[in-house]
Every structure is written in C-alpha cells, then in structure tokens.
Design a protein around this ligand. Sequence first.
Ligand code: DGJ
Length: 734
Amino acid sequence: MISYNEKERVFKLDTPNTTYMIGIVDEESFVGHIYYGRKLKEAEAGYLMRTGEPPFVPSKNNRERCSFYDCFPFEYPTGGVGDYREGCIGVRTVAGHAGSMLSYVTHEIIPGKPELAGLPATFGTKGDCETLRLVCEDKYIGMQVELLYTAFQDTDVITRSVKVTNTGKEHFYLTKVYSACIDMDNRDYDMVSLHGSWARERHIQRKALGYGIQNVSSYRGESSHQDHPFLALVDRNATQENGEIYAMNFVYSGNFRAQAEVTQFDYVRMTMGIHPENFCWKLESGESFQAPEVVMVYTDKGFDAMTNAFHRLYKKHLIRGEYKDKKRPILINNWEATYFEFNTEKLLSIAREASQLGIEMLVMDDGWFGRRNFDDCALGDWKVNEEKLNGGLKYLVDEVNKLGMKFGIWFEPEMISPDSDLYRAHPDWAIAIPGRPGTESRQQFVLDLSRPEVVDCIYEQVASVLRSANIEYVKWDMNRQLTDIGSYGLPADRQGELYHRYVLAVYQMQDRLTKEFPYLLLENCSGGGARFDPGMLYFSPQIWCSDDTDAVERLEIQEGTALIYPLSTMGAHVSDCPNHALGRVTPFETRGIVALAGTFGYELDVTKIPQEDRDMIPAQVAMYHKYNDLVREGDYYRIASYSQNHKYDCWQVVSGDKKQSLVTFVQVLNRVNFKSRRILLKGLDADKRYKVVFENDDSVEDAVYSGDTLMKAGLLVPNPWGDFRARLIYLAEA
Ligand code: DGJ
C-alpha cells in the first residue's frame, strides 16, 4: 500500500484505484509532489517534478534558487524565501522574521492510523490502512514538521495532517498551518464548492477556475452556513459518471480556508487548512501543534464515485458510537410545534398522539430552562423551569417513557445570554474584547471555552440534567457565530489562539459527554446546518441539516449535503404547512418522502395538523422501518438534479449486494401535456432481474426488468398530477 523506493527516493501510496507519489530531490532533500491520479504500477514518474528542466535544482544552478522555489511542486510549501505562491505554513521567530523552508529528515511507514491529539479524525486498523510519517525540518528556525499521509484500502481516500514541533531553544509563533496541499498541472478545471446562508445551506456551485487565487473560507468561528470546508477541482467535462475529480474535505468545525491558485506556469496549487485570519499560536521550545485532518479523494469516474468514497469513509472510519450502524428512533421535536410556548401537559399531549402513530421519541427543544420564554435570556442557566415543566423533568420523562417513547432534550452549551444568572456572576466568561461593547447576535454572547473553568461549569450543568432522568438523546445547538475575538483568560501573545482553542474545547466537551453517556444519541445543530462537517460527525452520527424543512428547498440542501455526507447523517423532519421558513404548501406525502432520505422525524404539532395528514403518519413510519437499512447503508447515486434542471429531482440508493434499490423521484413543477419521464438507473447488477414497485402510485403495475435494461434503457415514471409530487420506487431482485 505504501512503499519507498530508496534508490529513486520516491514514496508510492496506493488505494484500490489511485496512486499518490512523493519524491525527495536534490542534496538539500526538498520534498516534492510527483503525482496523484489513477493507480500506477511503477514508482517511476519522478520526472514529473521537472527537475531536469531550467531552472534545475539549486545544487546545479544556485543562481536561480528563487526560480526553483517558485515553480517546484512542493508537498508542503513554506514561504518568504522564494516561493511566491501561497504557502502552507507561516512562522514568526522571536526576532520577528518569517521565512522558512523544509527538507526531508526521515520517515516511517506505520500500520493503521495514529490518532491526532485532541482532534477528531478518521480511524482505521492495520488491515484498513497504512500511514506514512514524513519528518521534515527547518534547521535555521529549529522547527520539525511531520507530514502524515494515510492510504485507505477499502475506499479511494488519502488523508493528510501536519504536526509542527519547536525543536529550537526559543519560542516562535505559528501564523498559519494548513493541513494539505497538492501542486499539480492545471488542466482547465472547474471548481466545485458549497455555499448558502441560514436555511439555505450547502448549495452546489460550479465555475471555471481561472488564474490567481480563488478560495472558499469561514472565519465565523464555525464551518458555517455560508461556505463549506470542501473544495473539488474537476474536469471541465466531469459528470456524475465520468471525469477526473480532486476533492478535499476538512475534518474540522472552525475557521477554514480551501483554496486553488493557478500560477504563471499553469500549475495549480490546491490547499486546505485552518484560516490564518486572527490565528497566531505560540510554540514554546519542545511544544507541538497538531493541525486537523484533510480527507482527499481522487477519481476519474465522476461525482457519484467521489461521493461514494466519502460516504464509505465516513460511515466506516469516522462515525462512532452506539448508533454508528443502527436505525435511529423516529423522533418528534416540539420546536416548530410550540416554539417557546409549552408545558408538561402540552408536551405529553403531543407524545400521546405521536406514540399512537408509531413515533418513537419526543424531543423537547429550546425553552425548558431558566426563565426562557423567548430567545432573549437564560442561556448558561441550565436549570429546569418547573413553572413550565410542572412536576419536574423526571416526571415528564417517565410519563413519556410510559408511552413507550424515548425522551430527548435540547441544549445550547456554548452560549451565554447577557440576561442570565451566569453572565451576572461571570461577565468575563463571554468572548469579548475588554473595554469594547460586545456584539450581540440573537441576543446572546459566546462563552470563552478557552477557559477550563467555563468548560467544567457548563459540562457539569449539562451532565447533571442528563443524570437526573432517562434522557436518551441530546440536540446540541449553536445559534450564533463568533465576534469580538478576545479572551479575559489568555495572555496578550496567546489571544490569536482563541478561535482554535474554542473548537478544541467543543470537541473536548462532546468527547466527555459521549464517554459519560455512551448510549446517548447526539445530534449536532447550529442554527440549522451551520456546523455540518466531519469534525462534528466524529461525535454525533447525525446533524440537523437546515432550519428550512420545506420539501422543495430541502432538495437542493440535501443534494449538496449528500454530495459528501452519508444520508444517515442528515437530520430531516416532516413539518407542517404553510412551511414556517417560506410559506410554501407541499403535500404531506412529499414531505415524508423527502425526509426519508435523511434521519426521518417530525417537527409539528401532531395534535393540530389536518386529520388526513395525521392519517398518513403510520404509513410513513412503516416506510421508514422498511427502507431505512437500505437508505443508511446503501450506495447513493444522483440521477437528476432539480437545482440544475429546475423541474425534477431524482436519487437512488442501492444495497451493497445489489439485491435492492430505492429510487426517489420528486417532480417540482408539473407541465401540461407531457409524457412520462425516462430515468436511467444506476448501480444495479446488469445480470440481475428486478421487480419494480411504485410504492405510492397505483396506476403503475409492478413489473420485472433486468438491471441492464433499467440502467441503459431506463425506467418510465408517469407524470404525477400536480406540483411538488413525489414517487418512491422500490426494486428487489426478482
Ligand atoms: C436552531 C435550531 O436549528 C432549531 O431547530 C431550534 O432548535 C432552535 N435553534 C431553538 O432555538
């Protein structure tokens, strides 16, 4: 899987269908990038580094050292000494200087994959993967840089991360540490990224890559609604089924920058890492900084193959815990049902009705603690409001349990309301620039989690609520982004560490929580889907995808999310109409079918919705039980995209043994006098025959076709009558 050709000084990392190659060149042992692409048989492509062309290597032409630095394909470029492209690492010494350059020192090849201290990361054992640890140094600064590469054997993924150690006598400051870089020839790529806003997360954008720097980033303190820690450079002709794709995804939940830079020689440098804005980490002599992990996927088989590489990795090598491979309880959440206006009786009335319909868990959302009857107070005061929850929390949970349902609860542990007992006691516990009035957002501040006493206080409050009753689910919310980056707890020359220390503390709290309550189903959330990233998935197997629960809006949001993340991770609920986010009315059936492509649950007052909607719930519940294994475990294929064709959406999941498949078809706007829609299915076994059942269309008779016919000639889906209509089509080996 990973080999080193000592004579050629070339490392070759193989996954099932790809090869990544690294070369060591010249007497100064520069570490160069040779190749990433389709699997090669031999480690003989070192010539791709072009060291045989002018300006040659410094030992042969030192008068053009600068030109060498500025065009050599570096594995981990530095800066300040001649490479004018953007580097991956910034160092400021005690003397205030910034140049650095790395050379190879040693390496080891390790079975499996080492953990990254304090950070979420993908994992794998000896049989799953192998890791290359490349040690480099800048001897003038006294800095060691370890480049870690893991090649997986069951999916076409290579992961990378970086650890920087101060091996000198004096401290220095890291002003930038990216985690991955690929320097390669530009071949007229398009750049694919994900963008949005609150309630509009992860819409796919594709545009031509041009000269200069193009990036996507967040310095909002979280991965964000607005941009996403994902970047792909793709063949201009790449489709779902064909074409080369280089993709990167960041296993991190804070500030990031993902960038492509096309340079003077038509090379492209693709990088990803922590955003350098307001980042400055002091490294004392002997200390190390561990940068988070980047997941890299290469394929020449288009977006479906890229997606399945990410899905396989995340399902098998990232998500952990009790619910890793399990069906999740169907929940009903009271947020859109009641907002802040509820009490024990109201919640129990919802639970009673829901339990009759087959719903399995009641989740009590925001508003159960302190004096919180609106979003203007009490964050930080995690004490049950017994005026609302008359009888107490335990009574409520026990009553819900008696109905045969589980109970879940909402927290927003990272926040503090100015109107809270906690803030009155500890105003310095909020992130703030001393002397400057803080910027409120949703009338709240963010807690300074770089202070261990803050983390302990909040963790203990949350844990004591969880210890007080049989609570089996937590929704961990975060409803504002960071501003006023200042800490009362950090010295002046460590203020630049706050953003990253904050993220590390969130990870530490979730680690503690999942260790103390290992049976808990944790669902992360951030004002909808602002922190839907692999870092969070390491702690919670599902994340609330968006506050927009409209079935049509969800098509685009779920398409963009599923481009990288397994369907099993996408929090998706059926809500009431007119939709609370944008006022659209869609059929209850369609809302159910769209939510089936995620974790599936309800977010409505089941005692108030129209009787005909309520009557559909048992059938939807049955569909969930029938198909969730397939949805959770199957391979996902995108057949058509509403965001591209503006008419209909279609996706498919196929079981690993190719014996079953589920196709979801959503026609957004109907058109008059049109024929049925022909869709070409994917991923089936051409030699198998399949019985095709239209689950919710009696006008279509069950039929049997071969996988070959269904994939090449296609299947006809009759035009549903009306707008916003969905079809669920089940295929089973005949
Ligand atoms: C934002 C979440 O996305 C909602 O589902 C809800 O939990 C609210 N916060 C509560 O404040």
